[in-house]
Design a protein around this ligand. Structure first.
Ligand SMILES: NC(=O)c1ccc[n+]([C@@H]2O[C@H](COP(=O)([O-])OP(=O)(O)OC[C@H]3O[C@@H](n4cnc5c(N)ncnc54)[C@H](O)[C@@H]3O)[C@@H](O)[C@H]2O)c1
Length: 260
C-alpha cells in the first residue's frame, strides 16, 4: 500500500461489480475507507466481505437505489456514521438502457436512463454535501462517459443522460469554489471498458465476447477496449489530494477515441 487516499472516506455507488468494484479494490489498497452502495445489496455485501477479509474494517455495504431521494438521505448519514465521516463521493451507478433510435425509444426507457445516470448525481450531491463540507478537503467524481461528449445513433437517452451528468459536475465544482468549500468535482469519460454494460454490444456480435470486444476496439486508436483498472486509476487520482488544483474538468479514458 502506498496510501494515496489514506484517511479518505469514500462512498461509491453502483459498486457491486464492473468499474465500481475495480475502484473499490484500488481505493482500499490505497488506504481509503469505503461505503459500497448498489441496488444489488447482496453483491455489495459480498464485495465488502472480500475487501474486509484482507483489510478488516475497511468496507461497509448498503442496498441503495440511486434514483430514490429518501434512500440517498438515509445512506449518506449511515455511511458517514460507519466510516467516521464522508470525504469522497463517486457517482458510478449507471445503466445503458435499451439501445434504440429516438423514433422508437420508449419514454419509460428514456426516463429510467436519465434517472439512474443523471438524477442520481443531483440527488446524491444534494444530500452528501453537508458531510463533505465537514470533511474537507473533499472530492466528488462523476462517472459520465465518452457518450456524454460524443453522440451515436441509437444512444439518445444515454447521450443525454451522460451529457447532463458531465455538465452538472461543472456546476457543482463552481458552486463549491464560489462558497470557498474545498470540495472539488470532476467528471470521468470512459469509452468501451470490459464490464457487463458492454453486453448489448456483445449480443450484436452474436454473443461472442472476444469478437464483440474486437469490433469495439476497431474504433479505438490504442487498438483495444479498456480494463476496469484504467478507469479506477483516474478515479483514484481525482479522489486524492494529488488533484487538489483540479476541479470542473472532464478526464477522458478513451484510448484516443475522441482525439480523432
Ligand atoms: N463499461 C463501459 O464501457 C463504460 C463506458 C462509459 C461509462 N461507463 C459508466 O461507468 C459506470 C459503471 O458502469 P459499469 O461498466 O461498471 O457497468 P455495470 O453494469 O457493471 O455496473 C453498474 C452497477 O450499477 C448498479 N446499478 C444499476 N442501477 C442502479 C440503481 N438504480 N441504483 C444503484 N445501483 C444501480 C448495478 O447493479 C451495477 O452493479 C456507469 O455509470 C456507466 O454508465 C461505463
Amino acid at each position: 500500500m502506498t496510501g494515496r487516499v489514506d484517511g479518505k472516506k469514500a462512498l461509491i455507488t453502483g459498486a457491486a461489480g464492473g468499474l465500481g468494484e475495480a475502484m473499490a479494490r484500488m481505493m482500499a489498497r490505497e488506504g481509503a475507507k469505503l461505503a459500497l452502495t448498489d441496488i444489488d445489496g447482496a453483491r455489495a455485501e459480498a464485495l465488502a466481505a472480500s475487501i474486509n477479509a484482507e483489510r478488516p474494517g475497511t468496507a461497509f455495504a448498503y442496498a441503495h437505489d440511486v434514483t430514490d431521494e429518501a434512500q440517498w438521505a438515509d445512506v449518506v448519514d449511515r455511511a458517514a456514521a460507519d466510516m467516521g465521516g464522508l470525504s469522497v463521493l463517486v457517482h458510478n451507478a449507471g445503466i445503458g438502457g435499451t439501445l434504440s433510435p429516438i423514433e422508437t425509444c420508449e419514454l419509460e426507457n428514456w426516463r429510467k436512463v436519465i434517472a439512474v445516470n443523471t438524477d442520481s448525481v443531483f440527488l446524491g450531491t444534494k444530500h452528501a454535501m453537508k458531510h463533505l463540507r465537514q470533511n474537507q478537503p473533499g472530492a466528488i467524481v462523476v462517472i459520465s462517459s465518452i457518450a456524454g461528449l460524443l453522440a451515436a445513433p441509437g444512444m439518445g437517452a444515454y447521450n443525454a443522460a451522460k451529457a447532463g451528468a458531465w455538465m452538472v459536475s461543472k456546476t457543482i465544482a463552481l458552486e463549491c469554489a464560489k462558497q470557498g468549500i474545498d470540495v472539488r468535482c470532476n467528471s470521468v469519460h470512459p469509452a468501451f471498458i470490459k464490464t457487463p454494460i458492454l453486453d448489448p454490444f456483445i449480443a450484436m456480435a452474436g454473443g461472442d465476447e472476444a469478437a464483440g470486444h474486437a469490433k469495439l476496439a476497431r474504433g479505438i486508436p490504442l487498438g483495444r477496449v479498456g480494463d476496469p483498472d484504467d478507469v479506477a486509476y483516474a478515479v483514484l487520482y481525482l479522489a486524492s489530494d494529488e488533484s487538489r488544483f483540479v476541479t470542473g474538468i472532464e478526464l477522458k479514458i478513451d484510448g484516443g477515441l475522441s482525439a480523432q
